[in-house]
Ligand binder design. Structure first.
Ligand SMILES: [Fe+2]
Length: 284
């Protein structure tokens, strides 16, 4: 449907564009998105590459097709569908909670504002190569959506507490949320990528949070100073509100879905711990 909507707006004057618009009109008609009478207008205009069908539609009292969706909308929608299917296969309350939020997202109300990030250029390919061994469709969906996502960094932590490495070793992109391509109030869901070996120090936030790691292994703890628990890819982590958590990335980049299900505008904060230097030097 979105391909047909894009193609029905093929610029006037391009050689063969009249036939392309007619083909798209047939597809839209077939899916119930264009009337028989409007289709006839596109048929009449099909040999006339420079002829705009819209004035003829208006003359006949017919409604023109809606505007073309922004580029990337289909890829982002496909990723959202793949993400929802993926979460449906995970155990626990967290994935179910996040899926309720995903159902509130959309239609796409914020036009995509693609922003690349060097961390993504450097590490996403390696992460997707691992993911595609077990989840090829999901890996493909992430690769196709990535150029249309707004990749950015989280900068709410006190710089002296978060340390030097975190700001340049992570990137995230929201898919569903207040400013995301698919709008949902007080909810945030997207992709999160962290460089190999990074220690993401103990922190907490009011937002209940799901991590659904697509790569692994990585270490976690849920109290400052506690020993690490090693988790593999596809083992979700659910953090209740204000639950401290720390993440030690293993030798592979950590790619995950994240979900914040409430209080998303409350900033996260670092929780001091005495053993960060040892954990930063540690190699899983
Ligand atoms: Fe968190």
């Amino acid at each position: 449907m979105s391909d047909a909507l894009r193609l029905i707006h093929t610029p006037l004057g391009q050689r063969g564009s009249g036939r392309v618009r007619y083909g798209a009109a047939m597809a839209l008609h077939g899916s119930g998105g264009l009337s028989e009478a409007a289709l006839e207008v596109y048929r009449i205009c099909s040999p006339l590459d420079a002829q705009d069908p819209v004035p003829m539609l208006m003359e006949r009292g017919l409604t023109p097709p809606p505007p073309a969706p922004p580029p990337g909308t289909a890829a982002l929608r496909h990723l959202l569908d793949e993400a929802d299917s993926y979460l449906a296969g995970l155990p626990g309350e967290g994935p179910a909670e996040v899926r309720l939020g995903l159902a509130r997202g959309g239609p796409a109300t914020n036009p995509p504002s693609p922003t690349a990030h060097p961390l993504v250029e450097e590490h996403l390919g390696d992460a997707l190569a691992l993911l595609e061994r077990t989840h090829p469709a999901l890996a493909l969906a992430i690769a196709a959506a990535t150029p249309h996502l707004t990749w950015t960094t989280y900068d709410e932590y006190a710089p002296d507490l978060i340390g030097d490495s975190f700001p340049r070793s992570h990137a995230f992109a929201s898919l569903v949320g207040g400013e995301a391509p698919f709008h949902a109030a007080d909810f945030d869901f997207g992709l999160f990528l962290i460089a190999p070996h990074l220690l993401y120090r103990d922190r907490r936030h009011k937002a209940p949070e799901l991590y659904a790691p697509l790569t692994g292994p990585h270490g976690w703890r849920f109290a400052p100073g506690a020993p690490l628990v090693i988790k593999a890819a596809h083992e979700p982590v659910w953090n209740d509100a204000n639950q401290p958590h720390l993440t030690k990335v293993g030798p592979n980049p950590l790619l995950c879905f994240f979900g914040w299900t409430a209080d998303v505008n409350e900033p996260a904060e670092i929780v001091p711990a005495p053993d960060w230097a040892a954990l930063e030097a540690l190699r899983l």
